[in-house]
Design a binder for this molecule. Structure first.
Ligand SMILES: Cc1cc2nc3c(=O)[nH]c(=O)nc-3n(C[C@H](O)[C@H](O)[C@H](O)COP(=O)(O)OP(=O)(O)OC[C@H]3O[C@@H](n4cnc5c(N)ncnc54)[C@H](O)[C@@H]3O)c2cc1C
Length: 410
């Protein structure tokens, strides 16, 4: 009998789980991916058409294959320290999936090009429009929610606000030469600024602290991590006392999920309140080429960074357009239709601190409203941020995908 595994969302995480399934299964298996985009593997991060948007992880960290970490660098014919255009990565994921499916005679793949709007657990099925597919396992890989939208944005003239710069062609409606305000100074702003300056726009970005993401640089490696951290304060103290903070972050990375899980609710809250900003700026870094381009734009006055109230600036009418670069709204995940249907049925609940969806920490299996395991339904990637904290980038997602595929194929 053929086993059917349904994947909801065919971005990077959905494609990575499909790759792992195709690698591991030795029984007849049909993989069905619900993904509204025409091409798998693109999602929010890798669908950009702008070749100046580079990966923010060096090629050595971006392999789709847990057991062959140089695979992506070899495929793209670059050395491991290079930063490759992000849209190339979508092609890599697709080609890797195709070759793994072709190599395994037990596997077939079907892409249903529609957004799923309902998941039921009994029977286990996913519905998109008229199409209802029953399966033996469901993996939810919906990725990031749209950016956080402060309430005051709702009173601005809608025609001059870009709420989601990650939507395909979102910046197309900003005309050449426009004066644009970006709310937020993180990696999304960097992408937006680079694209808009290329159309002769002037860009001002604002955030409370005006901090830009740090820059990647070659780092010495630290020996394995030995300190025991009992609180977020311990972690931050340790980080601040390391001679090379990049090396310290690299040493911390494989341990981050374990450390996050070792904090109790109060500890996690303290981290989110006091350490998150410092963490985000240092952990999510720009490629050096991107940083040089941005620095040049700043030096030439094409891009300005301001600290302070975004609302005052946005309401000042000094700007033709306002673009939300606030980062994903982790608390909005459950209002997305396939998850909302599970919430309504009591088959899902919000993740810790309202981030994403609550899952078993080891497997990614969903938890019901009362905390029981939902049979054969799993989440992967960004949706697990509350449970794992570090669950948004490829190195972690591919490991999650491998572990989950191993469970699904037995
Ligand atoms: C701008 C940006 C750049 C990044 N750069 C990097 C990087 O260089 N390196 C790195 O490691 N990480 C990077 N990341 C982190 C990124 O989150 C992950 O690498 C990866 O893209 C996450 O994959 P995902 O599948 O969870 O989300 P996505 O790739 O966004 O996939 C989610 C998919 O779900 C689909 N979907 C939505 N609703 C439905 C529905 N109802 N039914 C079916 N499908 C649906 C969407 O169309 C989408 O294809 C970046 C993130 C962003 C936002």
């Amino acid at each position: 009998m053929t086993r059917r595994i349904i994947i909801v969302g065919g971005g990077a995480a959905g494609t990575l789980i499909a790759i792992s399934l195709a690698q591991l299964t030795t029984n007849s298996t049909e993989i069905v991916i619900f993904e509204p985009r025409a091409r798998l593997g693109e999602g929010v991060a890798y669908s950009t058409n702008d070749d100046r948007h580079l990966l923010n992880v060096p090629a050595a960290g971006m392999s789709a294959l847990v057991d062959d970490v140089r695979h992506f660098a070899r495929w793209s014919n670059v050395d491991g320290d290079s930063f490759v255009p992000r849209r190339t990565y979508a092609r890599y994921l697709r080609e890797t999936l195709e070759s793994q499916v072709q190599a395994n005679p037990h596997v077939s793949l079907r892409h249903v090009q529609r957004p799923a709007h309902r998941i039921t657990t009994s029977p286990l099925s996913v519905t998109a429009g008229e199409e209802d597919v029953q399966g033996d396992g469901v993996v939810i890989a919906l990725g990031n929610s749209s950016p956080t939208c402060p309430d005051w944005v709702n009173v601005l003239d809608r025609s001059r606000v870009v709420r989601d710069p990650w939507e395909p062609d979102a910046l197309e409606r900003i005309p050449r030469g426009a004066h644009v305000l970006c709310i937020g100074t993180g990696l999304t702003f960097v992408d937006v600024a680079i694209t808009l300056v290329a159309k002769s726009c002037r860009v001002t970005a604002t955030s409370r602290h005006g901090l830009l993401p740090a820059i990647h640089a070659p780092t010495p490696s630290l020996p394995g991590l030995s300190p025991l951290f009992t609180s977020p304060r311990d972690v931050m103290r340790w980080l601040r006392h390391q001679p090379d903070w990049r090396a310290a972050f690299a040493a911390l990375r494989p341990e981050t999920q374990r450390i996050w899980r070792s904090f109790d609710d109060v500890g996690q809250r303290q981290f989110l309140r006091h350490a998150r900003r410092y963490w985000d700026v240092h952990r999510h870094r720009m490629a050096p080429e991107v940083a040089r381009l941005l620095e040049d734009h700043i030096a030439r006055g094409r891009v300005r960074i301001r600290r302070g109230s975004a609302q005052d600036l946005a309401e000042s009418h000094e700007f033709d357009f306002v673009v939300l670069c606030t980062g994903p709204d982790d608390s909005a995940a459950l209002s997305r239709p396939p998850l909302a249907s599970l919430i309504t049925a009591g088959q899902a609940r919000p993740g810790p601190h309202g981030m994403g969806v609550d899952t078993d920490a080891d497997t990614g299996q969903l938890l019901t409203a009362t905390g029981d395991l939902v049979p054969r339904v799993y989440a992967i990637g960004t949706l697990r941020r509350g449970t794992l904290w570090e669950s948004t980038a490829i190195p972690e997602i591919r490991s999650e995908a491998r572990r989950l595929a191993a469970l699904l194929v037995v």
